[in-house]
Ligand binder design. Structure first.
Ligand SMILES: CC(C)(COP(=O)(O)OP(=O)(O)OC[C@H]1O[C@@H](n2cnc3c(N)ncnc32)[C@H](O)[C@@H]1OP(=O)(O)O)[C@@H](O)C(=O)NCCC(=O)NCCS
Length: 138
């Protein structure tokens, strides 16, 4: 598996993956606009296994293809992102038990709940993860 920057020609497949994985719909234009952000794909040969989009320090989307879940793909993308960012944040729907399990089990820190964080009025659980500073000489 490799982690590569998303390109315009990937957007159609990314949107298809988002459509089957997420509660809210995201337009092609939404993804096109995010090409200027930290927007990376996990790929195996030419197949997109997942993607991560970070705007500022906020993870907007983290998605893995249903047939490839529980194989460490999301963990790899987060580890990759934390080579570029000291700390990242996100809000996850309180109903998204699988994602909440993922964040808890991969050592994200829970920071609180934001009421009405999503368009449908749903609350969002705020999590953050820091990069592990391997430089212990300081
Ligand atoms: C959340 C999501 C990104 C996790 O991706 P993934 O590649 O399956 O995650 P990983 O394989 O790296 O999981 C690492 C660990 O997290 C935990 N975990 C992940 N998914 C889990 C689930 N559905 N239930 C319980 N624990 C889970 C496990 O401890 C797992 O390790 P294990 O498989 O050895 O037990 C994926 O389920 C997904 O795409 N969901 C739909 C989109 C979504 O809701 N994204 C988040 C909001 S944008």
């Amino acid at each position: 598996m490799e982690i590569v920057k998303a390109q315009l020609e990937d957007i159609k497949a990314v949107k298809a993956l988002a459509d089957i994985s997420l509660k809210a719909a995201h337009s092609v234009e939404y993804f096109e606009q995010k090409l200027g952000c930290f927007f990376y794909l996990a790929k195996e040969k030419d197949k997109i296994l997942g993607f991560i989009i970070i705007d500022g320090l906020t993870v907007l989307l983290l998605v893995v293809e249903p047939g490839t879940r529980r194989q460490g793909v999301a963990s790899s993308m987060v580890d990759f992102a934390l080579k570029q960012f000291q700390q990242i944040f996100l809000k996850v729907r309180e109903s998204n038990k699988a994602a909440i399990d993922f964040y808890r089990k991969t050592n994200w820190a829970y920071k609180g709940t934001a009421p009405h964080a999503f368009r449908n009025g749903e609350a969002g659980l705020i999590f953050t993860k820091k990069a592990q500073n391997l430089n212990t000489s300081a």
